[in-house]
Design a protein. Structure first.
Length: 175
């Protein structure tokens, strides 16, 4: 039974002054603490991609701090770097899974924009250094399309020779 007052018979019930039906389940400090402990490496989707590549004979370094952005997967033999991005944290555009938080909108808008700009700078630097950069999005690893995307990633890595420094190969789709 709801704690909301009932409108008298014959009147329209308005929701203008109602509280949300699903209040935030965390207090402000608890939410901040929880968000600060979200892992930045070895996430479920990263492990999934790495297992797939390893099972197909590809050897790589993971979370290599020698490169801008600490790439999730570095394949030196193929001169390829793979970033496995969460749709929220990297503000995946045109993604049904991405939605901006409804609280603290100004903070999150600025934060997610900074994340996207940082990613773009890091990718440009890696390309200028001769690396092929591939981004795999969290939404691309949903069960219905997972195998297809992982197979495409394998083909992207192995089917094309590595680029020379400063050369951009537009034939390799990154998204």
């Amino acid at each position: 039974m709801s704690n909301q007052p009932h409108a008298p018979s014959g009147t329209k019930h308005t929701t203008r002054h109602r509280r949300p039906t699903h209040p935030d389940r965390y207090e402000r400090g608890t939410r901040s603490y929880t968000m600060s402990h979200i892992r930045g490496k070895d996430t479920t989707i990263e492990v999934l991609v790495r297992k797939y590549l390893f099972a197909r004979g590809l050897r790589f370094r993971k979370n290599d701090k020698r490169y801008p952005g600490h790439p999730d997967v570095v394949l030196p033999k193929w001169r390829t770097i793979v970033f496995i991005n969460g749709c929220f944290w990297h503000a995946h555009q045109h993604c049904e899974a991405f939605s901006r938080p409804k609280s603290n909108v100004e903070f999150w808008t600025a934060k997610l924009l900074r994340n996207r700009e940082r990613d773009e700078r890091q990718h440009a630097q890696l390309v200028a250094d001769g690396w092929r950069v591939i981004v795999v999005w969290e939404c691309e690893l949903a069960k219905p399309v997972r195998e297809e995307r992982l197979a495409k990633l394998y083909r992207q890595i192995t089917a094309t020779p590595a680029r020379q420094p400063g050369v951009i190969d537009d034939t390799i789709p990154t998204e």
